[in-house]
Design a protein around this ligand. Structure first.
Ligand SMILES: Cc1ncc(COP(=O)(O)O)c(C=O)c1O
Length: 443
């Protein structure tokens, strides 16, 4: 597929703050969604059809997404957070349960546990992949542990084999937060196909989008799929009539005692609970699903573009001392949702000074993404100790920064970033050496 086949609909901003004197050369985002005539046509078709929700586009999108992930079931939702919430309810996670989880994630992954009264138990990350470190999970397991929630950070899947082994040994569910990884692979297996459930995001900044919001649950488990299907849509169910056989004749019509042979009796559906969990309206609409079908067709191409740019940057900066490019696990097909670069203070580069120079002197806009989830004010109240996950804390507060990455970047954008990284690293190192000479800097 040629690049020109996919014209993005957005444009690049030229400044992040009009009054800070910086002209942006490579902004962090707002490169626009990768829509073209196909999406435009699909939106109009969906808009004009009678069924605006629960219609043919949803069916098709779910089927094709399941095919892409190589799973039995895919169930669309309004976003990844609602997908994960329905998944959490389907697992039966409740007040007092514990779930082992990475601190390197968006709040959504913990939020769905907190909403059900469960306690997220944070387990530290691997310093190279920034994913949950399987070696540290087992020591966090208690009799209250019900599940492990992993996040495939930045586009690269976690080391799933040891995680699944631990889960099997202790009879725990595994949820894969795949918000960053549609189309990613681990040992040839697709994201969302290894744990009990996978949950995807189609937010506008993700690798594929359904008009800015959207989500999907994937699973191979029939029972879980049926629960999620109910929980995302009000937990409605068909009426169950034990009297079905108990019929009688009235004025020439065969009726049951409850009158179910008439279409208006009883009301359309029953409402049930799933082990005390009540339903939600977490549905995706037909127009979003129609766009999802188009986006799915170009997902491979969009992921390849991200990989091409990410790898180009990796290669160009790999020898800069104190700068760690993206690490690709040889077991994984990385889809570069993020380009996370680390700066290493021990090797003479200080993160905030480096970012300042990149931004102010080169017009490149890096950002920091998260912080350890347990540091948010709301979660601190729950009594998490400081230094709970030292590798994650060092990653967030000393090492990481995220550079722009998008299928619509150009080689020229990448070259600006590469040049900026080289110059900024050199400048920070020199400044630190000077300060060191005068005994002014200590890490
Ligand atoms: C790792 C992760 N999980 C979940 C979410 C939530 O996705 P959504 O906005 O679709 O609810 C995000 C969103 O950025 C995310 O990055």
């Amino acid at each position: 597929m040629s690049k020109s086949a996919h014209e993005a609909t957005g444009s690049k901003p030229t400044s992040s703050k009009p009054d800070d004197g910086v002209t942006l050369r490579v902004p962090y985002s707002y490169f626009g969604a990768m829509y073209d005539k196909e999406e435009e046509k699909a939106v109009l078709v969906a808009m004009k059809q009678d069924r605006q929700t629960k219609g043919p586009h949803l069916e098709q999108f779910q089927k094709e997404f399941a095919g892409m992930c190589e799973v039995k079931h895919a169930l669309a939702a309004s976003n990844c957070t609602t997908a994960m919430h329905a998944a959490t309810q389907a697992f039966g996670i409740k007040q007092g349960d514990e779930v082992i989880i990475t601190p390197n994630t968006f709040i959504a992954t913990s939020l769905v546990l907190l909403k059900e009264g469960a306690r997220p138990v944070y387990s530290d990350i691997d310093p190279k992949t920034y994913n949950i470190d399987p070696k540290q999970i087992e020591e966090k397991i208690t009799p209250k542990t019900k599940a492990i929630y992993v996040v495939h950070y930045g586009g690269q899947m976690c080391d799933m084999d040891p995680i699944m082994e631990i889960a099997k040994k202790h009879n725990l569910y595994v949820l894969e937060d795949c918000a960053h990884t549609p189309g990613a692979e681990y040992k040839g297996r697709k994201a969302g196909s290894i744990g009990d459930m996978g949950c995807f995001s189609f937010h506008s900044l993700k690798n594929m989008t359904t008009l800015g919001e959207g989500g999907m649950v994937t699973t191979n488990n029939d029972e879980i799929a049926a629960k999620v299907a109910r929980l995302r849509a009000m937990n409605t169910a068909a009426w169950d009539f034990p009297e079905k056989q108990n019929t009688f004749n009235f004025a020439g019509y065969t009726l049951t005692k409850t009158g179910i042979s008439d279409y208006w009796i009883p009301s359309h559906h029953d409402v049930i609970d799933d082990d005390g969990k009540w339903g939600n309206n977490y549905r995706m609409n037909e127009t979003q699903a129609a766009v999802g079908i188009c986006q799915l067709k170009k997902l491979k191409w969009m992921n390849e573009k991200r990989r091409e740019f990410g790898r180009y940057i990796n290669e160009a900066i790999k020898d800069i001392e104190g700068i760690t490019p993206v690490y690709e696990d040889p077991n994984c097909y990385h889809v570069y949702h993020l380009y996370t670069l680390c700066v290493e203070e021990e090797m003479g580069i200080e993160r905030d000074a480096f970012m300042r120079i990149l931004y102010r002197e080169h017009g490149i806009q890096p950002i920091l993404h998260y912080q350890p989830t347990y540091h948010y004010t709301g979660l601190k109240k729950l009594g998490y100790p400081d230094k709970l996950c030292p590798v994650a804390e060092k990653f967030f507060y000393k090492r990481e920064l995220n550079l722009p990455i998008h299928p619509r970047l150009t080689k020229e954008d990448c070259n600006i970033m590469i040049e900026g990284i080289k110059k900024a690293a050199e400048k920070v190192r020199k400044q630190i050496e000077n300060l060191d000479e005068h005994g002014l800097f200590s890490s």
